[in-house]
Design a protein around this ligand. Structure first.
Ligand code: ADE
Length: 239
């Protein structure tokens, strides 16, 4: 069942599992903090070690078949996922991974519609593959990469994803118009912005922006978007 906030907006639940939960303290300071306080976003960060049962709170072990590094053990992940998916919410379960599909603004828009997201942050050489198979019984599983480079773990990737997703949830960003006019929302890069003074250290604001001609300004901005995209990201125009 979908829960409602005092404002009548539906609440979005996000759970994060990590062996470094304090990584996520910064999220509370960003724009998501307000949404969380108002009940629009119910964000909980969990320590994977809370689902271990040995004295050393062990979360990793050596890989079968040999090889470098350590692999995250399946047992704590199984218990964590059981608990977070209890109640039959059928969450979307996301594992950040350089071997996953690439995260884009379209991914963020899709995930912002989901009522319950669970992020599982892997470390070391990764998580025992059976965890992904098991998780498919509990919800939809997605392996998602931030881009074609390797991070030390999923935490930074999950923070980026939550910030991109969170600001698309109605009520999280104050001005919905600011969402429409930004890079990637219409497949192009954003046009350049200026504020006062009109001349700063001999650098002038483009005169068209001071003209008061809204039609001409809109056309100029569109032109700037196309030009920037052509120079910086021609791959976006191919799409
Ligand atoms: N974990 C390690 N590298 C990653 C990446 N590029 N994207 C998401 N998670 C990761």
């Amino acid at each position: 069942m979908r829960t409602s906030t005092p404002s009548g907006r539906s609440a979005h639940r996000i759970d994060v599992v990590s062996i470094f939960p304090s990584y996520f303290d910064g999220l509370a300071l960003s724009l998501l903090g307000k949404a969380r306080d108002s009940g629009i976003l119910d964000l909980s960060v969990h320590d994977l070690r809370d689902w271990t049962h040995d004295r050393h709170r062990t979360v990793d072990d050596t890989p079968y078949g040999g090889g470098a590094g350590m692999v995250m053990k399946p047992e704590p992940w199984g218990l964590a996922l059981d608990q977070l998916a209890a109640g039959g919410t059928r969450p979307t379960i996301i594992f950040p991974s350089p071997a996953g599909e690439v995260f884009t603004q379209a991914t963020a828009r899709d995930l912002a519609t989901r009522e319950h997201l669970v992020f599982g942050c892997g470390r070391y050489e990764g998580i025992d593959e059976r965890v992904f198979e098991y998780a498919r019984d509990l919800g939809e599983v997605r392996l998602i990469s931030l881009g074609d480079y390797v991070l030390n773990g999923g935490e930074v990737a999950v923070m980026a994803m939550i910030e991109a997703i969170g600001r698309l949830i109605p009520g999280v960003v104050g001005n919905p118009e600011s969402l429409v006019e930004e890079s990637h929302e219409d497949g192009l890069l954003e046009y350049p912005s200026y504020t006062k003074p009109a001349v700063w250290r001999e650098h002038e604001v483009p005169p068209i922006l001071l003209s008061g001609n809204h039609g001409a300004i809109a056309a100029w901005r569109r032109e700037q978007q196309l030009e920037r995209t052509r120079i910086r990201r021609p791959d976006l125009l191919d799409d």
